[in-house]
Design a binder for this molecule. Structure first.
Ligand SMILES: [Zn+2]
Length: 86
């Protein structure tokens, strides 16, 4: 989809990078959080990374793909052991 071609119907009429709306108060997102260290310092705040999504929609057949906006930050957090809260 990011290449501008629908993988389902080969159309090139792609609506790109449309933000998602809806949800309870804010758009859907993912959230990963640093686990608590074994020797937790007195003052410690968990680091976290969040990302919303952007949609690529085929204008010919409606096929849609979602991409995380902050995928690089998510990937860095994931490599550091961050996990989803639930
Ligand atoms: Zn299509």
């Amino acid at each position: 989809m990011k290449s501008g071609i629908c993988p389902k119907c080969n159309s090139t009429e792609i609506l790109s990078q449309l933000p998602l709306h809806g949800g309870e108060g804010h758009p859907p997102y993912v959230d990963i959080v640093q686990p608590e260290p074994p020797n937790r310092p007195f003052i410690w705040l968990a680091q976290s990374e969040q990302s919303q999504f952007t949609a690529y929609i085929c204008g010919a057949c409606g096929y849609t793909e979602f991409y995380a906006v902050r995928y690089q930050a998510l990937n860095e957090g994931y490599k550091k052991g961050f996990k989803s809260r639930w």
